[in-house]
Design a protein around this ligand. Structure first.
Ligand code: 5AD
Length: 468
């Protein structure tokens, strides 16, 4: 890595910062060394998407340039997900393209994120084409690790989980020009029996409220009107600064920043879903009419085996509180089918919970046994096929619920933020505060605007409308 410093604006450095609509401050950028170009592919959750945006910020600040195709990249990074076995396999199929003498020559290949953390140094044995492995708890060390790679290091790793630091970057290359992700808490201290996250993302650490609010204000100055606060358990956030704001107070402070129109937050844990969060939503129209509250199962015995920390009834109480809000709040959830020992009766409890709550969206998954989790050693009663049947049954029920709920919206008018335009169809794609997608006849200039749209047709997954 050369030590020479040149003054460049961020825009000059990368030339395509999609979200930058105002001049960026000049920063000192070292000239790139051998690694001049990078390509990054991201798997998994929004936290990963946003981690990649921050990693790109680090690379751009070094003077590296993004390329569209991995063939042109000096440094190829895969930001990986290991939440389920299938997700974890994806990176290995990508790496298969770079077996010795097969396109990887002269390139440095690195793996980031949860599979990197989980596999650790074993990665170098399993995939010798990889010379860099770094888990998310070590991203704040990226500049040093990249220096080691530049110096020719070939088994460079950042795998310590022993950290109380958050990943702070001076520059973040945000990919979505409308919704800015903003991490407020990293890691997880829960021990849900099925979940790898505490092992792959490390201990929970919250960012100080001042830093969060300063970043949110900067985002508004850049032109963003929608911010999504992120954390594995976003509502476990605790202000480490003397201000000692609660999560609900933080929501209110972000919502009060002049220029903010929409604030979302994900993912909440029912255990920490306190009544003041609903009060904050009531008090601040900018807090979106949407809560994602993963239930995982509708059966109390299964919830107990999962170590979720609540019963079916306690979860329903949280939902009742949300339902009593002044505005109707759209609810979504995550559900795992076929967790260890799940009986038909347990599964029917999940179906009945779905019927009782009528979520607007459900993300459902077959249970997948993960290494180092508490459930790893528990026996599984169901075959993959049986899990698949339960999943299909659950998804069909939810499809009917969504269709019914969406059809009840016919004739209603919503404010949407237009996120895209599909030239082939002449359709604009907008999103309501409740996170519903509405397609309507529009034009390219609509993108980025807030428009009123009246619903004229409804399917299970989206709505069709016209400008109101
Ligand atoms: N198997 C299946 N689904 C899982 N999830 C987390 N761990 C597992 C697992 N081992 C699901 C949960 C979580 C979502 C992000 O992924 O529903 O809320």
């Amino acid at each position: 890595m050369g030590n020479e410093l040149v003054q460049l604006t961020v825009r000059e450095t990368e030339g395509l910062l999609a979200s930058a609509r105002v001049p960026q401050p000049a920063i000192s950028v070292p000239l790139p060394g051998r690694l001049r170009t990078f390509y990054i592919e991201t798997f998994g959750c929004q936290m990963n998407v946003h981690d990649s945006e921050k990693v790109q910020g680090v690379l751009l600040a070094r003077g590296m340039r993004p390329v569209e195709d991995h063939a042109q990249a000096d440094l190829i990074l895969y930001n990986t997900c290991s939440i389920r076995e299938k997700a974890a396999q994806k990176v290995f199929s990508r790496l298969g393209a770079f077996r010795k003498g097969n396109g990887g020559a002269g390139k440095v290949i690195g793996v980031l994120g949860c599979v990197a953390q989980q596999e650790g140094e074993r990665f170098f044995e399993r995939a010798p084409q990889v010379s860099f492995a770094c888990g998310s708890a070590s991203y704040s060390k990226l500049p040093q690790l990249l220096d080691e790679l530049e110096a020719g290091g070939r088994r460079v790793c950042g795998l310590s989980l022993d950290t109380d630091e958050c990943f702070e970057t001076e520059l973040t290359r945000r990919d979505n020009p409308f919704r800015a992700y903003l991490t407020i808490i990293e890691g997880c201290d829960q021990r849900c029996a099925f979940c790898v996250v505490p092992m792959t993302r490390g201990p929970q650490r919250s960012r100080a409220s001042q830093k969060i609010l300063a970043e949110a204000t900067r985002l508004v100055d850049e032109g963003y009107t929608e911010i999504q606060l992120l954390g594995q358990i976003v509502n476990a956030w605790q202000d480490p600064s003397p201000a000692r704001r609660s999560f609900a107070e933080l929501l209110s402070c972000v919502a009060e920043i002049p220029g903010i129109r929409r604030v979302r937050f994900t993912t909440s844990h029912p255990r920490f879903f306190t009544p003041d969060i609903v009060e904050a939503i009531d008090a601040h129209p900018a807090l979106c009419d949407q809560v994602h509250l993963p239930v995982q199962s509708g059966s109390t015995p299964v919830l107990a085996r999962m170590l979720r920390g609540y019963t079916r009834e306690e979860y329903l109480e949280r939902i009742q509180r949300i339902r009593r809000a002044r505005r109707p709040i759209s609810l979504s959830t995550d559900i795992i089918v076929g967790f260890c020992g799940e009986t038909r009766q347990d599964f029917e409890q999940t179906l009945s919970l779905m019927q009782e709550i009528e979520y607007d969206q459900v993300f459902s998954f077959k249970y997948s046994r993960r290494p180092s989790t508490l459930a790893e050693t528990l026996g599984e009663a169901l075959t993959e096929e049986e899990k698949g049947q339960r999943l299909a049954e659950l998804q069909e029920l939810q499809r009917q619920i969504q269709l019914r709920r969406n059809q009840a919206l016919l004739g209603e008018t919503f404010e949407v933020l237009v996120e895209a335009y599909q030239p082939r169809l002449g359709q604009a794609v907008g999103r309501s505060t409740t996170n519903r997608v509405i397609n309507f006849p529009g034009n390219p200039a609509d993108v980025g605007r807030y428009l009123m749209v009246k619903v004229t047709a409804a399917g299970p997954n989206s709505l069709v409308g016209v400008r109101a």
